[in-house]
Ligand binder design. Sequence first.
Ligand code: MN
Ligand code: FE
Length: 341
Amino acid sequence: MRPEVSNKRLINCEIVDVNQLMPIKYQWAWEHYINGCANNWLPHEIPMGDDAALWKSDRLTDDERLLLMRNFGFFSTAETLVANNLSLAVFKHVTNAECRQYLLRQAFEEAIHTQAFLYICESLHLPAGEVFNMYRELSVIEAKDRFQMELTSAIVDPHFSTVTSQGAALFLENLIGYYVIMEGIFFYGGFAMVLAFQRQNKMRGVCQMYEFILRDETIHLNFGIDLINGIKEENPDLWTPSIRRRVVERVKEAVELEARYTEECLPRGIFGLRPESFRRYIEYLADRRLERIGLPLYYGSDNPLSWMSEAIDLHKEKNFFENIVTEYRPASSLEWNNSNS
Ligand code: MN
Ligand code: FE
């Protein structure tokens, strides 16, 4: 007997095995996979000559350099943490073929992102040892990473299983910790700091790379939210008041960690943007993320960096790769009209 699509489950699937791609049940997972594949890019495709010349010149202030170094210091390792969490903690416990197909794509993109930070170091002749050790040597980065790594170690324990409701809840907390907090809050805070340079027409190569990473991360976040909400729907008993409270507490802790990190990245502000504006932006992000997983807003902060929303929305309209990639259209979406042609 061939498997019934209705028996597919995101976690703890007992009837349909993980190799059964067709029929697809979770169309969103396949769409995210196709959208991710349409965004192929490699770091060395981005010219870095102007950035290297600017970095070597005296046209960047010490504050601008400090921000960039600490920003690269965070991302260079954060991308690896996400990749390791995906492949070691998440992949095994997602029991659905179309979701795993996306996870494979995402894991590759995380590898590209890590490579991007090495490429930045090479292009600007930055001390890669300093950048790639900041997660251990700079306490504000170390604190964010430790906060994330707890969630990975809880799941890579060989005795861990999602079959118990306690295990399933922990797995859901891992997904929220990585997709919503790491990629959805920490990463967007980091993108905003660097994309502020774009508005000054500085570090254009780095900014283009961040735009490409941001576009990938937008899909990671959307997939993560679909997966989290899908698991909640299939396992309504999991979403208890106590897990909701724990999630809100973690989001609040993350906002504090990110605010402290931001203060050490831009202690005197940057381009007239004060650290308080970035804090408000982080609070605004936290509210948006809480909302998307069905939790009440906590901060009620408005968006002080409205240009960041524009930078994000732009990706929906502008086709960055119009010269490289032709738009993918699955055969099922083609319309045949015999009467007019
Ligand atoms: Mn990434
Ligand atoms: Fe990501």
